[in-house]
Ligand binder design. Sequence first.
Ligand code: GRF
Length: 202
Amino acid sequence: CRVLVLISGNGSNLQAVMDACDDNLRAEVVGVISNKPQAYGLVRAHQAEIDASCVIARKGESRAEYDERLQLKIDEYQPDLIVLAGFMRILTDELVSRYLGKMINIHPSLLPKYPGLHTHERALQAKEEEHGASVHFVIPELDAGPVILQAKVPVYEDDDAEQLALRVHEQEHAIYPLVVKWFSHGRLIMKDNKAYLDGQDV
Ligand code: GRF
């Protein structure tokens, strides 16, 4: 399974996926694409001797124009699976539709709670007792695709957003590689807007 990872930043999830792929003969990270040239994830890719490219938004460029360029770059890698790992751009419907069932994302909340940004702050504000992360298939609607796997963490009374984010992040690094493994073993598919693992509705 040819895995392509899209990032914008630190790339700790990229690292977790690369490490797991080293031990999984059926999945290989064939490339990394960042929209930010300074993303630390590019250094991680380099260290792992994985091909990395940047697709940087140009001044005045529309979302559609950017995504056309992104699509060309994606297709150069001929991926079987596209892993969004902190890729901080909203994708056009066209791009998402092209890779439907082949693109997954990790989101730092227990979806459908808290789609969008600042999830940890919002969970704290709402005095949630539980928070976490979700891996889901990507559909055109933002953070709304079928959830594949979630990890929960407790929220403590004296938590700040940073502490909570750390706790969630740790879980992300466990669940994202697992989902990549399932996909690469052909155990995971999306059909009719639902995720199926081993033929069972997740
Ligand atoms: C993670 O919190 C992920 O849930 C969100 O972006 C962050 C990426 O972190 N989508 P990293 O770059 O993988 O460290």
